[in-house]
Design a protein around this ligand. Structure first.
Ligand SMILES: [Zn+2]
Length: 312
């Protein structure tokens, strides 16, 4: 769906290319419970149009805000163009600040209240409270060595960062708890998704049957070649049946790994209903004009942000 307003004066080339209707979608090798999982919402704000990837599975919750940024709709330049949400990748801090302002305005959250992770591919999860509001959009403010954030506080946006790794969204509408987790291959094989579900049960008395999850835009199986040590780690972590479904061995002693399926199994193994799991439609690496992709750019890239928040 194209936006009605089209202000070319604030758009860069990447953004204009983003309006091509042929953004490549992922074809999953396993059955998808939801027919259409995600969509790109082109949100008009003053001076810009900000595309945000959202999930239909969360649309019915009126008090819930969620979404993953694209690389479009911001003000950063060159390889960081244009919606870079990292202040540690050489960007002008004023550009990063303006990008946060735009993303916050598009989704109606206050960027000054953000709780953000400084990720290290761990399974460390932080329980955020009201006192954490504002930790924060700069490297100094972020939660150190944290890959998952959970909270039951309203009006407290929590955000994790991406450029191929997998964003995991969690929402329990019964106990009113939200969470985000950064699940790269290490986080996935060490089951940060399942550990988050267990923590939600212990901390907030959540029932897994109530929890709704989404797997955010990230690298697809066709783009994700891994070495043997990674494949062995997955073989050790999953049942032979599950392993067979997520990994394909190749002639060159390499493997193609389906992180989406692995994350799906982490949710399933933790007791989440299949109909409460939304899969991603967009691969970051297949669409490097739309998303930041570490693989597609050999690391010369900015950061996407995935956010979730309950309104007051
Ligand atoms: Zn891909």
């Amino acid at each position: 769906m194209l936006p009605k307003m089209f202000d070319c004066s604030v758009m860069d080339g990447a953004l204009l290319r983003g309006y091509e209707p042929n953004i490549k979608k992922i074809t999953h090798s396993f059955a998808i419970p939801c027919e259409t999982n995600s969509y790109i919402d082109y949100i008009s704000i003053e001076h810009a149009i900000v595309p945000v990837v959202k999930y239909h599975i969360f649309d019915r919750f009126e008090n819930l805000i969620h979404g993953c940024s694209t690389r479009q709709g911001g003000v950063s330049k060159s390889h960081l163009a244009s919606m870079n949400l990292s202040s540690s990748r050489g960007d002008d801090i004023l550009c990063v600040k303006e990008n946060y302002r735009r993303f916050g305005e598009a989704l109606s959250f206050d960027p000054n209240r953000l709780v953000c992770s400084d990720q290290v591919h761990s399974t460390n999860i932080y329980i955020a409270t009201e006192e954490d509001a504002g930790r924060g959009t700069t490297e100094k403010e972020k939660l150190k060595e944290i890959d998952g954030i959970v909270t039951n506080v309203k009006n407290l946006p929590i955000m994790t960062f991406y450029a191929d790794c997998v964003p995991l969204y969690f929402y329990d509408p019964v106990k009113e708890v939200i969470a985000m987790a950064h699940s790269g291959w290490r986080g996935t094989v060490n089951n940060i998704g399942g550990k988050m579900i267990i923590l939600m049960q212990k901390q907030y008395n959540c029932n897994p049957r109530d929890i709704v999850c989404a797997i955010g835009p990230s690298i697809c199986k066709a783009c994700y070649e891994v070495s043997e040590d990674v494949a062995v780690a997955f073989a050790d972590a999953y049942s032979p049946e599950q392993y067979k479904q997520m990994i394909t061995a190749k002639d060159n002693n390499k493997y193609q790994l389906d992180l989406h399926m692995a994350c799906y199994f982490n949710f399933m193994n933790a007791g989440i209903c299949p109909s409460n799991i939304a899969l991603p439609d967009y691969c970051t690496c297949c669409n490097p004009n739309v998303f930041f992709s570490h693989r597609a750019t050999c690391g010369k890239r900015g950061n996407l942000g995935a956010v979730i928040m309950m309104r007051q």
